[in-house]
Design a protein around this ligand. Sequence first.
Ligand SMILES: Cc1cc2nc3c(=O)[nH]c(=O)nc-3n(C[C@H](O)[C@H](O)[C@H](O)COP(=O)(O)O)c2cc1C
Length: 163
Amino acid sequence: MGVNLSDVTRLIPCSVALLSVATKERRDVMTCGCMFVAEDQPFFIVSVAKHIFSHSLIEAAGEFAINVASEGQAGLARKVGALHGQEIDKYQKLGIQTEDRGAGKAPFIKGSFASIPCKVLTSYPVGKYTVYIAEATDFAVDGAQKPVAWYGDRYFALKDEVR
Ligand SMILES: Cc1cc2nc3c(=O)[nH]c(=O)nc-3n(C[C@H](O)[C@H](O)[C@H](O)COP(=O)(O)O)c2cc1C
């Protein structure tokens, strides 16, 4: 008797990242979950579908920025995660405001809780995805924002601390 595993990954509450990436010629942004490797070293893990445009830009650039989505960016995260950047510039289409960091550098997305530029250390193919382990090289935090969480395909504000 088999167990249906199709929804098992939805059991885990996740972070919401707007992953920005750029080469000298092109730029893109995707929505993804992001996890850290350990608390004492600034390494992060993201998994990126091999067929999407962000994947080809990450492969070319070897770096990206994790913009930790804020409560006010839930709608943006949904839209960014439903559009594909191969033919369109999502920044222009969605009016995404950026802090540009120079040609070939992933822009920071304004209104995010935090922006963390990362250099890819290593990557592994896993089925239809590439799992990237990347090292943070800097970070910026907007203290006026609060991060949003994703759970069961819905977005949630982080509210009261529980003990
Ligand atoms: C909340 C959320 C989380 C997502 N997580 C991932 C992820 O971890 N990896 C991934 O490859 N796609 C993920 N996606 C889907 C991509 O954001 C989506 O395929 C996007 O349109 C890719 O854009 P691109 O083709 O411009 O790269 C997620 C989407 C949403 C809304």
